[in-house]
Design a protein around this ligand. Sequence first.
Ligand code: ADP
Ligand code: MG
Length: 316
Amino acid sequence: MKEFELIQSIFKNASMANIEGRNDILLGIGDDCAQVKVPADQTLVFSMDTLVEGRHFPYDADPAAIGYRAVATCVSDLAAMGAKPAFFTLGLTLPNSDAQWLAAFAQGMAELAEPIGLILVGGDTTKGPLAITLQVHGYIEASLCRVRSGALLGDDIYVTGCLGDASAAVPIVTGERIVQHDIYEYFYNRYWRPTPRLIGGMALKRVASSMMDISDGLAQDVQHILLGSGVGAVIDGRLVPISDTLREWQPESALSLALTGGDDYELCFTAPNSMREDILLITQTLHLPCTRIGHVVESGFTIEGYSGHLNGWQHF
Ligand code: ADP
Ligand code: MG
């Protein structure tokens, strides 16, 4: 147990656990519970994700990279609701108490958590195969929560960023494929350092009719909106945003990766046609790449210009 007390002290003393200057967090790490006062005009939204070594990220990876990505992937769910990040708890299962590994892991988490105001308020630590569970919490005005059931007939469908890079990166980050240095660097970052679209989500919630983040591939995830809203969609495969690097590196499979690959953590949202100018203004002001890729129809799901299969991403 002494070991795990040492581990806890690493998190307790981390600057991402410092609650100074936060009126909403009354009690952080160190007591039996954390205590939080949700701001009066807000509601609390929260989401949990578990990452298991060998399944959700490769064995023997850089602990700082694991920490950063764990926060990024989990916080992406807050972005998808349009919520403001507030605090998180951390369930850690560790094979041993390697203080150096932990310090690097905590530093990786803090690199993203701190600047977005996501405070570590507690957690639990146990011994076992490496697994990381994060529960992230955010605040949002009750009426502005962007759920998956709001898409309406005729709405436009948009995605942010570029799709496919992260799944193209998997064989590279696992070491299965050896590539030249600049390609390696690009895809390493695309896999390990996804950009949760927090500011984008907070701005777009006012114009979107439904919104979600893409974690299992666009083709699969957009269907959650369609099912939730009881509508169909037509997507133009030729409009799906793909990075130049992926297009050049894998011209044959780029579109298939963009449609069915996972781990992108971009936003997919629907909005009425009347919002086109507002969306352009918001995304240009935020320098948020955003592409209109299709529209909502009564039923069915078609991707024009794509003849491949549509299985979603299976984790390695
Ligand atoms: P208890 O036995 O009361 O559950 P613990 O010994 O598990 O307490 O934890 C002591 C304190 O350390 C608690 O405030 C808990 O939230 C915090 N803590 C434990 N593990 C972690 C962790 N992995 N990350 C952040 N805080 C942790
Ligand atoms: Mg405990």
